[in-house]
Design a protein around this ligand. Structure first.
Ligand code: SF4
Length: 154
């Protein structure tokens, strides 16, 4: 985690508008985002990143994220800020859209385990082969909409 020298809360709605899959909570305020295996949280005075190898990797990662915030802020006149709060969907809601056969083709022991990993961003809907069959097209579309059409979840 790194503290930032200026308050970045006003930049968060611009990041929310531009970072696909971001989850914004204006009450904190905080914006969380999954980036290539890292879980990132932006708050008014800090940026936290998970799953970094070592201190230098963390420094480099935070440096890139600070640049990302700066770019969004510099382009704020071109960006429609998004103040909408988005929360992570409930696992049971995702589970109800899965085939429910526990066939294990996704590599998980049950559909519910797969749903938990979907919500955590560790699996994508397309990794459930039965869900790609035409009969489940509606559920697949609903699941993608529920997950916010996040690239990480496709
Ligand atoms: S592949 Fe799909 S239907 Fe089969 S266990 Fe995984 S989530 Fe369930």
């Amino acid at each position: 985690m790194a503290f930032v020298p200026v308050d970045i809360r006003e930049a968060l709605p611009y990041l929310n508008a531009t970072l696909r899959g971001a989850l914004y909570n204006p009450a904190v305020p905080a914006l969380s985002w999954r980036k290539a295996g890292h879980f990132v949280v932006f708050q008014a005075d800090r940026i936290a990143v998970s799953n970094v190898e070592d201190r230098q990797a963390a420094v480099d990662e935070v440096d890139g994220l600070v640049k990302l915030v700066n770019r969004a802020w510099e382009r704020r006149n071109e960006i429609e800020p998004d103040f909408e709060a988005r929360q992570r969907p409930a696992p049971m809601a995702a589970f109800k859209l899965l085939p429910g056969t526990n066939c294990r083709l996704c590599g998980q022991p049950t559909c519910f385990t797969f749903a938990l990993k979907l919500i955590a961003g560790q699996q994508k809907p397309a990794e459930c082969p039965p869900l790609l069959e035409p009969a489940y097209a509606g559920q697949l579309a609903e699941l993608q909409a529920m997950l916010g059409d996040m690239p990480a979840f496709r």
